[in-house]
Design a protein around this ligand. Structure first.
Ligand SMILES: NC(=O)c1ccc[n+]([C@@H]2O[C@H](COP(=O)([O-])OP(=O)(O)OC[C@H]3O[C@@H](n4cnc5c(N)ncnc54)[C@H](OP(=O)(O)O)[C@@H]3O)[C@@H](O)[C@H]2O)c1
Length: 246
């Protein structure tokens, strides 16, 4: 167990969360990550993390379920010590125009993306306040900045993360705790692999840099934001999007 507490990453088995977990391991943090199903992806991510010489704990934990989140963080504390860094990356999409959107899809996306982020922040922040240290990065989306058609649920959840994080940053700044948001544009993960050629072309048309981003483009910023180099940055929403304009 390292002297410095672990970094906890939700949705760390795949995609952006996985890149964040591996980068923070390279930065020297022990890593705890959770997922819904996990499977081979979680095992592979654990191997990459351990190969970097740090400890790793991972388990299924539905971020939408507060009691599961509390139990997960309790086990992390037993195994790796007090959480030093929290990165909320777990997320899902269920796209449809509002006129066709089933209520269940509205609630599922809000519950996972927004309430899941609340559940982890709420469960970690009291410990951060007691220790007068800790930093949080919540992953949102440019959909929460601009609003994206067919994603009213997702855009609402991600905008909600912006408001929640800005408000929380003001509540806890006096305890030395920083809270920031990273809002990615189109990033090459399983979440975007299902885009049709037409949708991919339309996305590229909105991106001045004319390419889809990599998960590492996002994890590089997270690594900076949790570090001492970002010690005067809090309450910010920072886009990683190749300059996208909707
Ligand atoms: N990819 C993009 O273009 C993009 C753009 C902007 C923002 N984002 C945001 O970035 C974050 C990561 O996206 P991604 O592209 O990396 O997605 P991804 O490749 O689909 O991975 C999603 C991760 O979240 C986990 N997860 C989903 N629901 C969960 C739940 N209820 N409880 C716990 N874990 C859960 C998944 O676990 P399992 O594998 O076990 O299901 C997986 O580890 C999300 O918040 C997403 O909204 C992505």
């Amino acid at each position: 167990m390292s002297e410095r507490g672990p970094a906890v990453v939700t949705g760390g088995s795949r995609g952006i969360g996985r890149a964040v977990a591996v980068q923070l391991a390279a930065d020297g943090y022990d890593i705890a990550f959770c997922y819904r199903l996990g499977g081979d992806a979680a095992v592979q991510t654990e191997k990459e993390i351990r190969d970097l010489g740090v400890e790793c704990y991972h388990a299924p934990c539905d971020v939408a379920d507060l009691s599961s989140v509390q139990a997960f963080l309790g086990t992390v504390e037993e195994k790796l010590g007090d959480t030093a860094v929290l990165v909320n990356s777990a997320g899902i999409v269920k796209d449809n125009p509002m006129v066709l959107m089933p209520a269940a899809d509205w609630h599922a996306v809000i519950d996972t993306n927004l309430s899941g982020t609340y559940n982890f922040c709420r469960s970690a922040v009291f410990g951060f306040m007691k220790r007068k240290s800790g930093t949080i990065v919540n992953i949102s989306s440019v959909a929460g900045v601009f609003g994206n058609p067919t994603q009213t649920n997702y855009s609402a959840a991600k905008s909600g993360i912006h408001g929640m994080s800005r408000a929380l940053s003001k509540e806890v700044a006096k305890y030395g705790i920083r809270v920031n948001v990273v809002a990615p544009g189109f990033i090459d993960t399983d979440m975007t692999s299902g885009l049709t050629d037409k949708a991919r072309k339309a996305a590229l048309g909105m991106i001045p840099m004319k390419r889809i981003g990599s998960p590492e483009n996002v994890s590089d910023l997270v690594s900076f934001l949790v570090s001492e180099r970002a010690s005067y940055i809090t309450g910010q929403v920072i886009q990683v999007d190749g300059g996208i304009a909707f």
